[in-house]
Design a protein around this ligand. Structure first.
Ligand code: DHB
Ligand code: MG
Length: 222
């Protein structure tokens, strides 16, 4: 058996990506633009992007909310899963990142399906209240605010809304009693909401791969 080392699990991720995910010019261009702009390369992996795309399609989501656009890589994956007339509303705190994402999303031919809201989630999310509810929410922004983002996911969703939270493993820090970093505490607070708030029914899976040891939580709004 291969040893479970970062090198070996990266090799498996690359094998799975090669086997399951065709090369894709628009996604490659989005990553190149993000890199050229000096943005952090912390987007979801290709396999993670495909998971989001499949969840959008499996749930029949027409309205998707993303918290944390970065360069639009995950946004493109999700927008492609929408039916005609569907929409992704994606929130990005950093205007320069939003500008890069806008160009990449437009270049991918998805401009009409994606609305980017610039600002911090805590300011933008209340502005979305009173609109049509969202069918799927992807939480992938500052981890400190995960509990707040999940509260909004429940408020802006409906029974049956799918909620996905990225980065719930954090290299094992999430269960390390010695780790008190704000991001880790925020991740724990978010998981406590998913486990304790009756508005959610949730699970979480650890992952290893090109993004090292991390994980994803998946929930339904009840
Ligand atoms: C970080 C954020 C992410 O959303 C991610 O997927 C990986 C890393 C970070 O802030 O370091
Ligand atoms: Mg992430």
């Amino acid at each position: 058996m291969a040893e479970p080392t970062p090198q070996n699990w990266t090799r498996v991720d690359e094998y799975l990506t090669r086997t399951l995910i065709p090369e894709d010019a628009a996604l490659e261009a989005a990553l190149a633009a993000q890199r050229a702009a000096g943005m952090p390369e912390i987007q979801v992996s290709p396999l993670g992007g495909k998971l989001l795309n499949l969840l959008v399609r499996m749930s029949g989501a027409r309205r998707v909310l993303e918290i944390g656009t970065l360069g639009g890589y995950s946004t493109i994956w999700m927008a492609r899963g929408l039916p005609e007339g569907g929409l992704v509303v994606t929130i990005e705190a950093e205007p320069a990142h939003a500008a890069v994402a806008r160009r990449s999303i437009d270049a991918a031919g998805l401009g009409e399906r994606v609305e980017i809201r610039i600002g911090r989630g805590e300011r933008v999310l209340p502005e979305l209240a009173g609109g049509e509810p969202f069918d799927l929410v992807f939480v992938d922004a500052d981890k400190e605010s995960n509990a707040l983002y999940l509260d909004w996911a429940a408020r802006l969703g409906h029974p049956g809304t799918v909620v996905v939270v990225d980065n719930i493993g954090r290299g094992g820090d999430v269960a390390d009693p010695g780790s008190h970093a704000h991001g880790v505490q925020g991740t724990r607070a978010g998981l406590a909401v998913l486990g304790g708030d009756p508005r959610f029914d949730a699970t979480a899976l650890q992952t290893v791969g090109v993004k090292d040891w991390d994980g994803v939580a998946i929930a339904l709004v009840t």
